[in-house]
Design a binder for this molecule. Structure first.
Ligand code: CP
Ligand code: NVA
Length: 303
């Protein structure tokens, strides 16, 4: 594994290795065991979009591993004034040991990897959010004790979260059902991948999708960059809310995940959110541990 560009590129074994290392690093951190596996290493973090969790967890993660994170706001860089990503990549490769980037186009992330010679980590694009899904898988495994054989149901927009969850959960042996309104389906590349799996189901009806689910997941209806469509999307997604009535159809012990930020009263009710707040904030915490594992795998000398 040279980069983390999208989960489609990873094998089941590579994902399992990351999750196992994440569990180990979490255990060591909680027990005061130092693990300065990235001493002397630097990570540039380019943000073209806002972030709370991704930025802070990567910065703290690099610090805990003994390395240096460098926050690079795209609007303050020449890339924000049109310097080509190919040139930015070849320059930054000469200073840094790795780059994390949050941007719009998946192609930009792939170009960074193509033109540079250091590991690139996708911190969210319009297409996918692999770091988030690694944290989600880690959390599901912690709460449920396993991944294989569980059913994950995602209700809502066929966005970066839905795309990545379909791929990540199917690769880890889970059954996947998703429900979205017509016109808001997941990406065709993801549907092409998923059609090989009998345990994948794309529904229009949330009630059908959520039946007997062990994990129920949603995300905002209007992602970053889609703020202008918020009203139109609120109408399109009416009926796709995770609420008590829908949860009653899931497995009685079903857990809920949300990558955050959440809009209570839109994609999830405040009631369901608060009932599952422990799992949701455990998921947010696990961004730190899962990303540290990715950083050690990609930037470390030993792994
Ligand atoms: N879930 C997530 O990626 O959060 P941020 O946008 O705050 O980084
Ligand atoms: N789908 C959301 C996820 C935010 C973490 C977005 O792209 O804005």
């Amino acid at each position: 594994m040279k980069h983390l560009l999208k989960l489609l590129d990873l094998t089941t074994e590579e994902i399992t290795d990351i999750l196992n290392l994440a569990d180990q690093l979490k255990y060591e951190l909680k027990h005061g065991i130092e693990h300065k596996l990235l001493a002397g290493k630097t990570l540039g973090m380019i943000f073209q979009k806002a972030s709370t969790r991704t930025r802070v967890s990567f910065e703290v993660g690099m610090y805990q591993l003994g390395g240096l994170p460098i926050f690079l706001s795209a609007s303050d860089m020449q890339i924000g004034r049109g310097e080509p990503v190919e040139d930015t990549s070849r320059v930054l490769s000469r200073y840094l040991n790795g780059i994390m980037i949050r941007t719009f186009e998946q192609e930009e992330v792939e170009s960074l990897a193509k033109y540079g010679n250091i590991p690139i980590i996708n911190g969210l694009t319009d297409f996918c959010h692999p770091c988030q899904i690694l944290a989600d898988l880690m959390t599901i495994r912690e709460v449920k004790g396993r991944l294989e054989g569980l059913k994950m149901c995602y209700i809502g927009d066929g966005n970066n979260m839905m795309n990545s969850l379909i791929v990540g959960c199917l690769k880890m042996g889970m059954a996947v059902s998703v429900a979205c309104p017509e016109g808001y389906d997941p990406d065709q590349r993801v549907l092409d991948f998923a059609k090989e799996y009998d345990c994948f189901q794309l529904c229009r009806s949330p009630k059908e999708a959520v039946k007997d689910a062990d994990v129920v997941i949603t995300d905002v209806w209007a992602s970053m960059g889609q703020e202008g469509e918020a009203e139109k999307r609120r109408e399109a997604f009416a009926g796709y809310q995770i609420n008590a009535e829908l949860m009653a159809l899931a497995h009685p012990d079903a857990m809920v995940q949300h990558c955050l930020p959440a809009h209570r009263g839109e994609e999830i009710t405040a009631e369901v959110f608060e009932q599952h707040a422990d799992e949701i904030f455990q998921e947010a915490e696990n961004r730190l541990h899962a990303q540290k594992a990715v950083l050690v795998k990609l930037l470390g000398d030993q792994q």
